[in-house]
Design a protein around this ligand. Structure first.
Ligand SMILES: [Fe+2]
Length: 204
């Protein structure tokens, strides 16, 4: 991040940022995301990660990305995701939170969906490269597909309590706790509710 722009964000003598400064920094990013100030968000984030390269969260088996929670506070949460080549999240929303994603490394494809209770229909698709920014308002459904290995920064305002994950194979919508990721939980872990989709209407 830009040094000297905020007293709360100053670095210590060893170059690292104190806990209070880091909290302030993440809160600033959440505020920028909420205000749609994507240019400043991009610049501050790029500078921060150029100065302190993060450990890459490794995905566990059968999961599209590894997660590292960086911050959780009253304004929301910040999470770093590390993607393997070809990793793809399940279509999901962010519950009552708005979600923002900034690509730090790699190439991604994002798909947006509409759901009518019977079918999930792709409504838009776009490619995302380094420092591209995308957002999803509360209730909006999307997924991300890693075209290469990659690293993404996710900001949620407020923090996610529960979210819907769409299981296309089993034709069910799962309400899962926000501690999991955007994938179908193995063994149903964290699933609070599963709602079967209505049957597809037969053609006349
Ligand atoms: Fe998402």
């Amino acid at each position: 991040m830009a040094r000297g722009t905020s007293g709360a964000s100053e670095r210590r003598g060893d170059g690292s940022m104190g806990d209070g400064s880091m909290r302030s920094f993440w809160q600033e990013l959440l505020d920028l995301a909420q205000r749609g100030a994507s240019g400043e968000l991009r610049a501050r984030t790029a500078q921060h990660f150029a100065d302190s390269r993060p450990a890459w969260p490794r995905p566990r088996a059968a999961e599209p990305y590894g997660r590292q929670l960086l911050h959780r506070g009253p304004a929301g949460e910040v999470m770093l995701a590390g993607w393997a080549l070809g990793g793809r999240s399940a279509p999901h929303d962010h519950g009552s939170a708005a979600g923002f994603v900034l690509v730090l490394e790699g190439q991604f494809s994002e798909s947006n969906y509409l759901f009518d209770g019977r079918e999930l229909q792709c409504s838009a698709r776009r490619d995302l490269g380094v420092l591209d920014f995308t957002s999803a308002q509360a209730g909006a459904i999307h997924d991300l597909h890693a075209i290469s290995c990659g690293l993404t920064l996710h900001l949620y305002t407020p923090g996610i309590v529960a979210m819907r994950v769409y299981d296309v194979e089993r034709r069910a919508t799962l309400l899962v706790t926000g501690d999991g990721g955007a994938w179908i939980p193995r063994g149903g872990a964290g699933v609070r509710e599963a709602v079967a989709w209505a049957p597809v209407a037969a053609p006349c």
